[in-house]
Design a protein around this ligand. Structure first.
Ligand code: F0G
Length: 461
């Protein structure tokens, strides 16, 4: 018989521990959302059927991860779990110093507190919110330099997360290298649709930074997904293993910040990794102050075991093929039905363009927030608004429309199956079929900063 090449990409695992999800009626969901002030962040998770709020810390762990966790070493200093964690991070990133932290933003806090001063400028394709917040907390400016294609939802480009290299050179000339503590690349570019950065772009950005004596740091949260896009889209990488692609990426940089809640396949944890001895020593001093002793840094020994194993599982080809395919699969179904999404689909999420889908809701009536609530009411699905509620409030208290109004549907790793995705597409299409009946919202209470987490809203009749 001929060799069989299946078209169906199946989940590369079988399930031997299950967690029930709870079905609710539309009436129950109406009540739950009303009690939550029409803010999905304030829902009880047990009232959500398919939870796509984030891919962060929501992964299902493998039997090997659990086995490692059972055998962890919880010693305060010098735990063998730390040395296994350190060895895994070094093996994959090549960086000399591994500084454990409780999650990604703690690594950012330590790094920017140590390297950034008022008046400095940090350059990045797009700073994630917490990265920007820590740069600004240190008194510096966070400047985004993604290529123009990366700002246009429907432009197709294989590496929409790329840094605009001309803009990078121009910014370095304008600001001066002594005021730039780091050039960064966020892989994949979460705030820009989970879009990848090419190897050529990473290499060139590193060379430009180094030519001016500036350090180059990778925000590595989704490094394995980025490696997969390089393998499948960039010439010369088709036959390379994801781990070797990852090693090459990190090889162009001087360090990385990492949230192990993403491609660490863990529920908590992170790290800062660096080559520079003197900088690492200064970062460790701050780590002891805020995170803990340098061989645990805010994690339990079992967290470090989960990550030491998880980092390798995230680089498994069968896993990555399934992971990226499940996102593309939903994207294809929505595109075929005419639902506007950020194209092409990225690594960890599908982003629906709510401003385009719901033209009757003006930006200041929050189209993406309204769409997200409609998805919950109709189908028990929870995504997250990345739009005017999240970014619209200005420091002077006025409101401006955000650049885009998107609903991000982020996929937890190894949690949902293809039938969950089929159901999800059905819910989105059902909302799309009656989209002119989706009401806008107004805010009835808000906090002065990061209002989206706690705001209370009302639908507009
Ligand atoms: N960098 C990027 C690119 C991220 O996506 C995140 C978190 C962080 C840093 C911070 O890591 O949460 O461990 O402190 N992103 C999550 C999300 C919260 O939903 O996209 P953390």
């Amino acid at each position: 018989m001929d060799e069989f090449h299946p078209q169906t990409i199946i989940e590369p695992f079988r399930i031997r521990s299950v967690e029930p999800i709870r079905f609710t009626t539309m009436g129950e969901r109406e009540q739950a959302l009303g009690e939550a002030g029409y803010n999905p962040f304030l829902l009880h998770a047990r009232d959500v059927l398919i939870d796509l709020l984030t891919d962060s810390g929501t992964a299902a762990m493998s039997s090997r991860q659990w086995a490692g966790m059972m055998a962890s070493d919880e010693s305060y200093a010098g735990a063998s779990s730390f040395y296994r964690f350190e060895a895994a991070v070094r093996d994959i990133t090549g960086f000399k110093h591994v500084i454990p932290t409780h999650q990604g933003r703690a690594a950012e806090h330590i790094l920017f507190n140590t390297i950034a001063r008022p008046g400095d400028v940090v350059l990045n394709n797009t700073h994630f919110d917490t990265t920007r917040a820590h740069v600004e907390h240190a008194g510096a400016e966070a400047r985004d330099l993604v290529i123009p294609e990366g700002r246009q939802p429907r432009t197709i480009h294989p590496f929409k997360g790329n840094i605009d290299l001309q803009a990078l050179e121009a910014a370095i000339r304008e600001v001066g290298p002594q005021r730039i503590p780091a050039v960064m690349a966020t892989v994949t570019n979460n705030s820009g649709g989970g879009q990848p950065v090419s190897m050529a772009n990473i290499r060139a950005a590193g060379e430009i930074a180094h030519a001016h004596g500036i350090r180059f740091i990778i925000d590595a949260c989704r490094f394995a997904e980025n490696a997969w896009f390089i393998k499948t889209r960039e010439e010369g990488y088709a036959d390379k293993a994801p781990i070797d692609i990852a090693r090459e990426m990190f090889g162009y940089a001087d360090g990385c910040t990492m949230s192990a809640k993403k491609d660490g396949m863990a529920n908590i944890g992170g790290f800062l990794a660096l080559n520079d001895d003197e900088l690492a020593a200064r970062c460790r001093a701050l780590e002891i102050l805020t995170e803990g002793f340098p061989t645990y840094g805010g994690m339990a020994g079992y967290d470090m075991e989960a990550i030491a194993q998880g980092l390798y599982e995230a680089l498994d080809e069968g896993y990555l093929r399934y992971r990226i395919r499940s996102i593309a699969y939903l994207g294809e179904k929505l595109t075929a039905a005419g639902v506007p999404i950020v194209q092409p689909t990225g690594g960890h999420a599908v982003y629906i363009d709510a401003r385009e889908m719901l033209p009757h809701i003006p930006p200041l009536r929050y189209p993406a927030w309204s769409l997200n609530n409609a998805l919950y009411l109709l189908g028990g699905v929870r995504g997250v608004e990345i739009g005017t509620v999240m970014f619209g409030l200005q420091p002077d208290g006025t409101e401006q429309p955000a650049a885009m109004d998107l609903v991000r549907l982020a996929f937890p790793r190894r949690v949902y199956t293809q039938s969950h995705v089929d159901y999800l597409a059905e819910v989105i299409l059902a909302v799309n079929a009656q989209r002119d009946r989706v009401p806008g919202h107004r805010i009835v209470w808000q906090a002065p900063v990061l209002r989206h987490f706690t705001a209370r809203l009302k639908p507009i009749a």
